[in-house]
Design a protein around this ligand. Structure first.
Ligand code: NI
Length: 644
């Protein structure tokens, strides 16, 4: 039994996973081939959590488990109460036939073994002159390109030159797809469009050791030193940094999550956000070639980013005075797995915060900016996704997704180029695609009762009140209900999405608010009636606002794997719930467009996308006035100095 109880918002611990799985496996009616897809600490309903913070009852600690009963071909949701005095089964709910839980990373490993053990697949390799021992097999979710009556994946193939991290994506096999039944773990079909087509040479595909070129020699060491340590403190999963405090969470599906973010302003702790996460990430490809046309994956909803996060290394992934948090996930059999150093917390110098030179006196006042960085990196097959949250001294919160890794490749046998891909060499292309993130931002601006709206700039027509024709003003659209809150970005008019508390006013009488400033985004390029658009209807709008419901967690629903679609945001908001002075959740969908470049090969420099949440009239003055001036440094480097 645990000696101290976890905080209600703490992610699940290793011991809790073992206990939950033990109880979950005892649920009645389960067959003998049961695997564990996910185990998470069920977050308390917000009212219960806030009541507990106020001195009320502690919410019951519960684990939410998703099981795969492979013999019976069913998913099962099990809730287990984790008590001081013992654990008990709360509920076991069988999912409807066809509802497919996400795919565990070990399940993918089993797919690889099944494919390599299949005689038809091995024969297809032999026809191409490929040794099966050198093949890299990669399963992909199938969407609606295979019948939903079975749990299926499609496996694609590449060839490795060695076993020391060679880039397999440099040798794609054209036109070879193995379809695997995951419940029985057998190959059900081989699609072979081009028997006899061997892999490309892989030339230029190696990124190790400088990619065949000598390392540059003109880099000198850089050190980040904080002689008195960092300015943040960590107490369990709670981090306090200057006036900010929040809890860091970890979720099997979303990976890094932030909770209960507050800012202490003049001695008063003010709430800003109850929970922030990237609730979905979907990547549709746009190339009709045989091994690419179906690719449209929900990396979060189908694969679960939590179990794919890296163990970070000091000095390499993170530089400076770093605090790491471990993440706990689990194997397919349900045994806990700890990922050491999964979440990185550190401070960064962030250049200028504010400055002014008084021309009369010559006096210079300024402050340097510092930001608190909370991050993790997940590897999803070929790609790496960095999830970086920044808190700043000016009261803003920023999210930045960093995209790196290896662009996905396919074989190419036609003599002419395709408009849907970029040739990387003879017989190899990388295809056009997009990455869409959906942030779920449960903002609580000075409390839970909030109102959402957007503001954009309008140019005033010339008239008696605007004789010069230069006046412009903000125009507001209030989201009275959910149907009004389906909105798109409009960079040309600086449309921003705000959440305000009408019950709290700033010094000029306006409601206090935060606004979301979109970063670069793009529209989905798939036809509206395409399979992926139906499955990811949340892509239809950049912004959605819903009334808080703890069951509404993911924009494409709980189980997007092989789902036909229409679940999630479109379904919930069809109810058109009123939103004025309600507990609102802001969903922001943003896309990274990717026409691959030659510079993305053989490994892609980081490209990023994201958004900023910024106070608007939340504070009465610049909240960073009290950041002390920086100490002038002793000397700077003379121009033209060249030593060493
Ligand atoms: Ni990309």
């Amino acid at each position: 039994m645990p000696e101290t109880q976890p905080h209600p918002l703490d992610s699940i611990g290793a011991d809790e996973i073992s206990r939950a799985v033990r109880v979950a496996r005892s649920a009645p009616g389960l067959g003998d081939r049961v695997q564990i897809v996910s185990v998470e600490a069920r977050e308390p309903v917000k009212t219960e959590y806030l009541a507990w913070k106020d001195g009320g009852l502690r919410p019951r600690r519960e684990a939410f488990c998703v099981l795969l009963d492979r013999g019976r071909r069913r998913g099962v949701e099990v809730v287990v109460a984790l008590g001081i005095d013992g654990d008990e089964l709360v509920s076991a709910l069988e999912l409807p036939a066809g509802a497919q839980p996400g795919i565990h990373n070990e399940e993918f490993v089993a797919v690889v073994d099944a494919v390599l053990a299949d005689d038809r697949y091995v024969e297809a390799l032999r026809r191409r002159g490929v040794d099966p021992a050198t093949v890299h097999v990669e399963p992909w979710s199938v969407g609606t390109f295979e019948p939903a009556t079975a749990r299926l994946a499609r496996a694609l193939s590449w060839v490795r030159a060695d076993d020391d991290g060679d880039n397999p994506y440099s040798r794609p096999l054209y036109g070879l797809v193995a379809v695997v039944d995951l419940d029985d773990m057998v190959v059900v079909r081989i699609d072979d469009d081009a028997p006899g087509t061997g892999p490309p040479s892989g030339e230029g595909g190696d990124y190790r050791g400088g990619g065949g070129r000598p390392y540059r020699t003109d880099l000198r060491p850089i050190s980040i030193i904080q002689p008195e340590g960092p300015s943040f403190t960590l107490d369990g999963r709670k981090v306090c940094w200057q006036k900010w405090d929040l809890r860091i969470g970890f979720h099997p599906r979303e990976g890094l999550t932030l909770h209960d973010i507050g800012y202490t302003d003049d001695g008063e702790r003010r709430s800003i956000c109850h929970r922030a996460s990237i609730a979905e990430l979907v990547i549709p490809y746009g190339d009709p070639s045989p091994t690419t046309h179906f690719k449209a994956v929900f990396d979060t909803g189908e694969y679960g980013l939590g179990s794919l996060v890296n163990s970070l290394q000091l000095g390499c992934d993170c530089l400076g005075e770093i605090a790491y948090l471990d993440a706990v996930t689990h194997a397919w059999d349900g045994s806990p797995v700890t990922i050491p150093n999964a979440i990185c917390v550190h401070e960064e110098d962030d250049n200028l915060l504010w400055k002014h030179t008084d021309e009369h006196s010559g006096r210079v006042d300024r402050a340097r900016s510092r930001r608190l960085v909370i991050s993790c990196i997940a590897t999803v097959g070929n790609y790496e996704y960095g999830f970086f949250w920044y808190l700043r001294q000016d009261g803003s919160i920023e999210f930045e997704a960093k995209l790196t890794g290896i662009v996905h490749t396919a074989g190419w046998i036609a003599p002419e180029r395709s408009p849907y891909s970029l040739p990387l060499g003879d017989g190899i292309v990388t295809s056009n695609h997009q990455h869409f993130f959906c942030a779920r931002l449960d903002l609580d601006i000075d409390g839970v009762e909030n109102t959402a709206f957007d503001v954009e700039a309008v140019s005033e027509p010339r008239g008696p009140g605007n004789p010069d024709g230069m006046a412009f003003r903000p125009e507001r659209l209030t989201y009275e209900s959910e149907s009004r809150a389906r909105r798109s970005v409009s960079p040309a008019t600086a449309r921003r999405f705000r959440v305000e508390n009408t019950g709290r006013r700033n010094r000029i009488g306006d409601a206090v608010s935060y606004e979301l400033i979109p970063g670069e985004s793009v529209e989905p390029m798939q036809q509206p009636d395409s399979s992926i658009r139906e499955r990811a209807r949340f892509l239809d709008h950049n912004v959605w606002v819903t009334r808080y419901d703890p069951a509404e967690r993911y924009p494409a629903g709980e189980y997007p794997n092989q789902a036909a679609g229409e679940d999630g945001l479109p379904r919930w908001t069809a109810a058109d719930r009123p939103l004025l002075d309600e507990d609102v959740v802001l969903w922001y969908v943003f896309g990274a467009h990717h026409f691959p470049r030659l510079e993305d090969w053989p490994v892609m420099p980081v490209t990023s996308c994201g958004f900023v949440l910024r106070p608007v009239g939340f504070f009465d003055y610049n909240p960073a006035l009290d950041v002390p001036p920086p100490e002038p440094a002793g000397h700077c480097r003379p121009v033209g100095a060249a030593d060493g």
